[in-house]
Design a protein around this ligand. Sequence first.
Ligand code: 13P
Length: 248
Amino acid sequence: MRIPIIAGNWKMHKTISEAIEAGREIEQVVQSSDVEVVICPPFTALSALSALGLTKVKLGAQNMCAEVAGAYTGEVSVLMLRDTGCQYVVVGHSERRELYGETDELVNQKALLALEHGLHPIICVGETLAQRKAGETERLVIGQIERAFTGINKAQVHEVVVAYEPVWAIGTGETASAEDANAVIVTIRQTIAKLYGDDVASEIRIQYGGSVKPANARELMKQSDIDGALVGGASLQAEDFGAIVNYK
Ligand code: 13P
């Protein structure tokens, strides 16, 4: 049984006080949900949110350094994230790949390091519009998964969450149709089955991300292989995020 996981990626939004307010509101609106709920605020707000002691809402970071410590000005390490009380970390978000040149190899290093130190990586994969138009979606996503999972052992796989986020659907209002999203997610699960076997593949949770809203959450969550959502814009307002979490 895969427990759905819905995570809010706040990206570069919210000061500490705004984050505290939203965190408290979200805790209220998701009270009766049986979904695992995670919010990923900016680094600066992690400790303050953690100090609130929320019970229904877990915390995740949006990125981390691929090194544990050292002369890496401006970076945040896995140990520092652990220190804040967060449990998840998004790795390989398409904005990191596109804007900051993150490669599959770097994403893999970060995922391995997160696992080694007890954080759950949320590994993001997904194709651009040009790649989709060229019919390359499957090949690309399979390659991203294979490279991201290099060195992750069978016993660690259930600690990982995968987020399938087609780049063209992020922040655009365009959502992949629920069926199309599910089809790619089935391909991802098959890829994991080839690497680790069917049992392991049937346990890993795979989210969809890209313009998830209260209006489309239920349709997406109804699909056979979609186990949750990674929500950007609509996670900034407690009311919308709550409506997504309470999709049933
Ligand atoms: P939107 O929900 O704003 O499209 O963002 C999706 C996303 O990038 C989540 O990581």
